[in-house]
Design a protein around this ligand. Structure first.
Ligand code: DQA
Length: 148
């Protein structure tokens, strides 16, 4: 089974409690369960991690770069300003998908910029946990040779 890392950035460990009107009522544990179940159905061995620490997220991306592991990444607030995360992600040659639970383009101006969007295979936003499901499907399709 192909391994896929699902990496979540700051404050996503508080899903369920955090601004449920924006992010929904599902918890991070629910997210883990959903990703693992979807992964299983796609023949992917999905590992989900969350950190509030930029250095830790960068080190996980280095690990993915070294092992050519596909990555589904929700950089959370780092999306909007972390060139360190962007530069680490740019080193991953396997498929990479940027995901967001909400639709940042429909929110505050500072969320309209993604510094990672230019270095990923594609981005999916606005569908809650389904964003992750769609991202895993996109990774599976890309691994199966679907273009572009
Ligand atoms: C988010 C959107 C970001 O703007 C925000 O900082 C987050 C979560 C999302 O999943 O909708 O923490 O990445």
């Amino acid at each position: 089974m192909t391994r896929v890392l699902v990496l979540n950035g700051p404050n996503l460990g508080r899903l369920g409690a955090r601004e449920p009107e924006v992010y929904g009522h599902a918890t991070h544990d629910d997210l883990v369960e959903r990703c693992r179940a979807v992964g299983m159905s796609l023949g992917l061995d999905v590992e989900v991690r969350q950190t509030d620490n930029e250095a830790e997220l960068v080190s996980w991306l280095h690990e993915a770069a070294e092992a050519s592991t596909p990555v589904v990444l929700n950089p959370a607030a780092f999306t909007h300003y972390s060139y360190a995360v962007r530069d680490a992600l740019a080193q991953v040659s396997a498929p990479t998908v940027e995901v967001h639970l909400s639709n940042p383009a429909a929110r505050e101006d500072f969320r309209h910029t993604s510094v990672v969007a230019g270095v990923v295979s594609g981005s999916i936003s606005g569908f809650g946990l389904t964003s992750y499901e769609l991202a895993l499907r996109a990774v599976a399709a890309r691994l199966a040779g679907a273009g572009p």
